[in-house]
Design a protein around this ligand. Structure first.
Ligand code: SER
Length: 318
């Protein structure tokens, strides 16, 4: 990757990935785009930034040509709970945007990354050590767009030779930009509330296991996969990756080691609980490890220490 276009650059992944890649590839070589401009945001101020609606094919193609990009990181999408509330819009943005981005990649012959998700699995998928290649029959609009997206990316590789690559991200946890509208968001919210009020009410029920990952591992995964030797890749769209699997009481117990008076209660949201119940408990990421050397550094304990440290600074809590 030398000249990179990022869509959704002000979102949960994009805001940190843009800065991470600007450090590696040079600020001017990472063109950040988003549906809105936030004045003063470091992603907007630290290098090229353009407003882009990903459902506008011409606008996307024009920008890619203007900057002569050789790689596209397509992140703009709605998360699971929002997609469930607005399924038509989710199809338009998640699929329409992806199709437009793949067409630009085909025309300009760029490398291409887009994230899939544990949401690409469904109730019929084996829940424990979910294999790389397995049943994918999700029952949410988010999942439908993720499976369709994986297939479409494979199609562009086989039919047109576009160098498409992707990962199935688990819930991503970070202290920078909040996720907004996902099922795994509880595992981010809990840290904010633990510091602000010492208690948290979880919308996901006790005993509900899901895979999770700390953002630095997610950023490394994207760059490592995109720089991997193409001839080593047997799979492409998309690789299972994970760093940890836990349920709400386990993250609460970890936080209690730092904030002994922390208390958690439950008020389960039936919509997000149903989504969580349809996802794996823990996925098998051996293909990613074997084919491109994926390796997560953070586990629940080291992530919790770092999250609380960084959030204390951010929220100015002593
Ligand atoms: N974190 C995402 C969500 O909860 C899963 O891809 O929607």
């Amino acid at each position: 990757m030398k000249k990179i276009l990022v869509t959704g650059a002000l979102g949960q992944i994009g805001s940190e990935l843009t800065m991470h890649m600007r450090n590696i590839y040079g600020a001017n070589n990472v063109v950040a785009t988003d549906i809105r401009r936030i004045e003063g945001h470091e992603t907007v101020e630290s290098g090229p930034f353009e407003v882009l609606d990903v459902t506008n094919a011409k606008q996307m193609a024009d920008l890619a040509k203007k900057y002569n990009v050789d790689s596209i990181i397509h992140l703009a999408a709605l998360l699971s709970a929002v997609a469930e509330a607005k399924p038509v819009l989710a199809w338009e943005i998640n699929m329409g945007g992806l199709f437009n981005a793949l067409e630009v990649a085909r025309e300009l012959n760029t490398a291409f990354f887009t994230p899939s998700s544990i949401g690409a699995f469904g109730p019929g998928t084996p829940k424990i050590k979910t294999p790389q290649d397995t049943i994918q029959r999700p029952q949410t609009m988010y999942g439908v767009t993720k499976v369709s997206g994986e297939l479409l990316c494979d199609y562009y590789f086989k039919k047109f030779g576009v160098d498409t690559r992707g990962v199935r991200f688990p819930g991503l946890i970070s202290y920078t930009t909040p996720p907004g509208g996902g099922t795994t968001d509880y595992a981010v919210d809990i840290y904010y509330e633990a510091l602000k009020s010492g208690k948290y009410t979880s919308f996901i029920g006790e005993g509900t296991y899901m895979d999770m990952m700390y953002m630095p591992d997610a950023l490394n995964a994207i760059v490592t996969l995109m720089e991997a030797d193409s001839s080593k890749l047997i799979h492409r769209n998309a690789f299972n990756i994970t760093a940890m699997s836990f349920e709400p009481s386990q993250i609460a117990a970890e936080i209690k080691k730092h904030i002994p008076n922390f208390e958690m209660s439950y008020d389960v949201d039936p919509v997000r609980q149903a989504i969580a119940n349809s996802w794996p408990d823990s996925i098998d990421d051996s293909a990613a490890k074997a084919e491109w050397g994926f390796n997560a550094k953070y586990d629940l304990a080291s992530m919790t220490s770092d999250m609380l440290l960084k959030l204390r600074e951010k929220l100015n809590i002593k």
